[in-house]
Design a protein around this ligand. Structure first.
Ligand SMILES: Nc1ncnc2c1ncn2[C@@H]1O[C@H](COP(=O)(O)OP(=O)(O)O)[C@@H](O)[C@H]1O
Ligand SMILES: [Mg+2]
Length: 225
């Protein structure tokens, strides 16, 4: 079986600061992998390279066997819209749109009609237990509700990979755990893989496997014990 997403020998520097210094990574379809490591170790840079948001200086990322660097900008954007979903530390919802409009947005961008898009968005909001705030704007709901809306938005397009960068970092532990439970459960049900960046071992407990990033190098904990 070929891995869904692989990275080999990634290097990335910002001016003279090395963010990645030879990072390797592999994830299979439907797998939940926690990317752990101290602040500044290169976790976010690794996630951005894996998702094709940042081009590495050296090394390569392959998705379904295809080298991301070999795709055109348009092909890479289409991949991000169609196959990838994103959840960030602060939901990054569009403040002018209601919650249901925010969740429907990825579907609208790929041409789904408003009524169908909003019906599917409402189903996802219900699964994430926030359909009661569907007509609220992001500024009118709590941080925990906002992250549930962000998870619904990441999943609505039925992505193959969800990239989550410290998705519960701004939440209290009770809310954080519930958001993680809902994220992992929804991903498992739709066989989506999850690249979960976190520095909390409590959050990593929801993963199938842990990868530790230190000084820009990634190490799979599987062979290490
Ligand atoms: N856009 C950027 N511009 C300059 N330096 C950056 C940028 N992004 C990351 N870095 C630097 O790269 C290193 C790794 O950062 P990052 O990948 O954000 O780590 P983490 O997510 O593990 O905290 C840090 O030293 C950080 O300051
Ligand atoms: Mg980070």
């Amino acid at each position: 079986m070929t891995a869904l997403l692989t990275a080999e020998g990634l290097h990335k520097s910002y001016a003279s600061t090395p963010a990645l210094a030879g990072a390797d990574f592999t994830i299979d379809a439907g797998e939940v992998v926690a990317v752990m490591g101290p602040s500044g170790s290169g976790k976010s840079t690794l996630l951005h390279c894996l998702a094709g948001l940042v081009a590495p200086d050296a090394g390569r990322v392959r998705y379904q066997g295809r080298d991301l660097a070999g795709l055109s900008d348009a092909e890479r954007s289409a991949l991000r819209r169609g196959d990838f979903g994103f959840v960030f530390q602060f939901g990054r919802l569009v403040p002018e749109l209601s919650c249901v409009e925010n969740v429907a947005l990825p579907l609208r961008l790929t041409g789904t009609k408003r009524k169908d898009a909003e019906a599917r968005a409402t189903e996802w909001l219900a699964r994430l237990e926030v359909d009661d705030v569907r007509h609220h704007r992001p500024g009118q709901i709590s941080g925990g509700q906002g992250q549930r809306v962000a998870v619904a938005r990441a999943l609505v397009g039925n992505p193959r990979v969800i990239f989550a960068d410290e998705p519960t970092g701004a939440l209290d532990s009770l809310n954080g755990e519930r958001v993680m439970e809902l994220l992992v459960q929804a991903a498992k049900e739709s066989s989506a893989a999850v690249v979960l960046v976190t520095h909390e071992s409590r959050v990593a407990a929801f993963s199938d496997r842990e990868v530790v990033v230190r000084d820009g190098k990634a190490r799979d904990m599987a062979g290490a014990v």
